[in-house]
Design a protein around this ligand. Structure first.
Ligand code: ACO
Length: 330
């Protein structure tokens, strides 16, 4: 396991949280669950048919298995779901039907305090995993919106925090406004503190450094920097920066000599989803970096998505990260 995941597992074990795994029909999920229980990383609730899960080759005796169809407290969950969505026209009957979807059922276990977080997506698309969380758990009071980060660990690299960075947002918000970008930057700094623990140094990225280009796209980032500084004056945050100004000390010296963040940034905030998504994949593929994410931020309780191509080991890592987020209140 990597140094980042080692630290997540160690932290998760120090104050065990309860994570719901809705995809009890997925063998990779069950394999990961067995190891999580064995290593005492988290308490688990697994959704699915108890007989089928018991017939799997994995030892899951320490997990609570819930079959949504026969759950004795289903009526209470349905009522809580109805209360949360009735303003959107959801009827009590529809709320009960929605619980047939394990993703809604899992989110309702989090909403009602039975679980601290949820990990899913081995067999579901990103939007399907996130939508119930966005609709029901909602955005944290100090976040304008839900977004996501990737933890990037670049081998043989001294830039950032010895090769470690947060990249955001690479997975959720397609075209953030300046206000939204400011919120993503501040929430990404909080994610850095929660997951890495050292001081975040946040750079808002652009194709322009300190006014070298003037156009609507660069101006959006300038505006976002201004708003973020107003909202979080104590945060080491600056921009707009080209990537090299943000992370390479010698370039920062020439292009942004007065900045305390330029050349030292460890949290890189991309101007939109195209840039972020392409950026993280470039670093992952060309620099052979480890990429952990997308890790959501800004939800009232942590809900994280898996890639459909994930391995049991990947699921194990995301569960540990979700536990650490739950310890830090999402
Ligand atoms: N923050 C907070 N709330 C949100 C957000 C957000 N970013 N986005 C949507 N919501 C809320 C809405 O306000 C709405 O709430 P309401 O029903 O109470 O009014 C609810 O969520 C549903 O909103 P929709 O707009 O219907 O949500 P939709 O499902 O269309 O979009 C989604 C949400 C799926 C996250 C969308 O933003 C999306 O598709 N993002 C891109 C995902 C993607 O393709 N990423 C790249 C691949 S991932 C990878 O490469 C790792």
């Amino acid at each position: 396991m990597s140094r980042f995941l080692d630290s997540m597992v160690e932290q998760a074990r120090s104050d065990r949280k309860t994570i719901v795994l809705p995809e009890g029909n997925d063998t990779r999920t069950l394999e990961a669950a067995e190891q999580i229980l064995k290593d005492k990383v988290a308490n688990l609730i697994i959704l699915g048919d108890a007989n089928q899960i018991a017939a799997s080759p994995y030892d899951l005796q320490g997990a609570q298995i819930i079959d949504p169809a026969t759950y004795p407290e289903r009526a209470e969950l349905a009522d809580a779901l109805y209360q949360a969505r009735k303003h959107k026209g959801v009827t009590p009957e529809q709320a009960n039907q929605m619980l047939d979807d394990v993703l809604y059922f899992g989110v309702m276990l989090v909403k009602t305090g039975h679980a601290d977080g949820m990990v899913s997506g081995a067999c579901h698309a990103t939007g399907d995993v996130l939508r119930p969380a966005l609709q029901i758990l909602k955005t944290k009071p100090n976040a304008k919106l839900v977004s996501s980060v990737f933890i990037m660990v670049v081998p043989n690299c001294e830039l950032g925090e010895h090769g470690m960075f947060i990249f955001s947002d690479c997975a959720v918000v397609v075209q953030p406004s300046a206000d939204e970008l400011a919120s993503i930057a501040i929430n990404s700094a909080e994610s850095w503190k929660a997951l890495i623990g050292t001081e975040p140094k946040v750079a808002l990225l652009s194709h322009s450094t300190y006014g070298s280009a003037k156009n609507d796209d660069a101006n959006k980032v300038v505006e976002a920097v201004k708003k973020a500084k107003e909202l979080a004056p104590d945060l080491a945050l600056d921009g707009e920066f080209q990537l090299d100004s943000a992370i390479v000390p010698s370039v920062a010296k020439r292009k942004a000599p007065t900045s305390t963040v330029a050349g030292k940034a460890n949290v890189l905030v991309f101007p939109d989803l195209d840039a972020g998504n392409i950026g993280y994949k470039l670093v992952q593929r060309l620099a052979k970096a480890e990429a952990y994410g997308p890790i959501t931020q800004g939800i009232n309780a942590p809900v994280n998505d898996l890639s459909r191509g994930c391995s049991a080991q990947d699921i194990y890592g995301v569960i540990a990260i979700t536990c650490v987020q739950a310890q830090n209140n999402g």
